[in-house]
Design a protein around this ligand. Structure first.
Ligand SMILES: N[C@@H](CCC(=O)N[C@@H](CS)C(=O)NCC(=O)O)C(=O)O
Length: 298
């Protein structure tokens, strides 16, 4: 090897080991942030991150009897960094950190579906390791389904929990089952258990995992009628196969919150005493994905 080439190769190999780094503003209970965590863990050999717990809750007296429980839960604390880096001050938010350890809030990345896409791109991964497929048509199909999953399989979760009338909760639950039927049909179009062919993990799988994992809370707070099981919904077999497969992936397993801790946390939503942008939007009668920074501020 000529000395010029070997110097260039040495420089390249130093560059090649330099992984992109982030301060990751998150919250242990948040399913939206869970999406970003999944992408970061999937690419953990290529991307580094420092977890920063950026939200905290406080219980207050319900002076206006909004909840009927006498008590409300408010986000009493948000990291200043989160307020500066994200105009909506929501987790997940990723802030890049340079080689000297300096973070650049002007380049922050947020919105959970965008963070999956972004982490995938910046990881430099290719082929089967990509979360957004390299094939342009498959990438388009996957993005369409991320949006559908968000609207049809994630937002109804909050309707079941936050709405107070049983008829409304049931309506949201029925919409969720309808969405799972659509998802099951789409899963059947390709080989393997995951969304993409041959069990390539994708942005669509990661968009759904946090909520699919959390559907268990329905039984506790809403009763047997809200259990999503193969016995009750045999037509969702592709979805159940997807669930069993995806939950066994190591990068997924190590991100799952403790079921009991989460059950206690989500009680704030189940008795409608949570004050958050998502909870406020659902109380106002729109979907979680339609939250509005002004209308749903608390
Ligand atoms: N559309 C956002 C929603 C994120 C979101 O609502 N995160 C919650 C935690 S689960 C949050 O940061 N809430 C703070 C607030 O409501 O002010 C996304 O997909 O990232």
């Amino acid at each position: 090897m000529s000395s010029k080439i070997s110097k260039a190769a040495a420089r390249f190999s130093t560059l090649a080991v330099e992984k992109p780094k982030f301060r990751y503003l998150s919250a242990w209970f948040c399913p939206f942030a869970h999406r970003a965590t999944l992408a970061l863990e999937h690419h953990s050999s290529r991307v580094e991150y420092e977890w920063v717990e950026a939200l905290g809750w406080e219980q207050r007296e319900d002076k206006n009897n909004v909840t009927g429980t006498g008590q409300e839960w408010w986000y009493h604390w948000k990291a200043d960094e989160l307020k500066r880096a994200n105009p909506s001050a929501l987790v997940p938010t990723l802030i890049p950190v340079d080689a000297s350890g300096k973070s650049d809030e002007s380049k922050s990345v947020y919105e959970s579906l965008v963070t999956i896409d972004f982490v995938d791109q910046i990881s430099g991964a290719s082929g089967f390791d990509r979360l957004v497929p390299e094939d342009f048509f498959e990438a388009a199909r996957a993005r369409i389904w991320c949006d559908k999953v968000n609207r049809e399989l994630c937002s109804p979760y909050y309707g079941v929990l936050v709405r107070k009338e049983d008829s409304e909760r049931k309506e949201h639950f029925d919409n969720l089952i309808k969405g799972l039927r659509n998802f099951s049909k789409e899963l059947s179009k390709t080989s393997g258990s995951l969304f993409l062919a041959d069990n390539q993990l994708s942005n669509v799988d990661l968009a759904l995992v946090p909520w699919a994992f959390r559907y268990y809370v329905f039984e506790h707070y809403r009763g047997d009628e809200y259990v999503i099981s193969p016995e009750r919904y045999p037509e969702l077999q592709p979805y159940f196969e997807w669930y069993d497969y995806v939950m066994e992936i190591d990068a997924v397993k190590r991100t799952l919150p403790d079921k009991n801790d989460y059950l206690i946390h989500i009680g704030k939503y189940a008795d409608s005493s949570a004050r958050s942008k998502v909870a406020n939007a659902v109380r106002r009668g729109v979907s979680a994905h339609e939250l509005d920074d002004e209308k749903d501020e608390y």
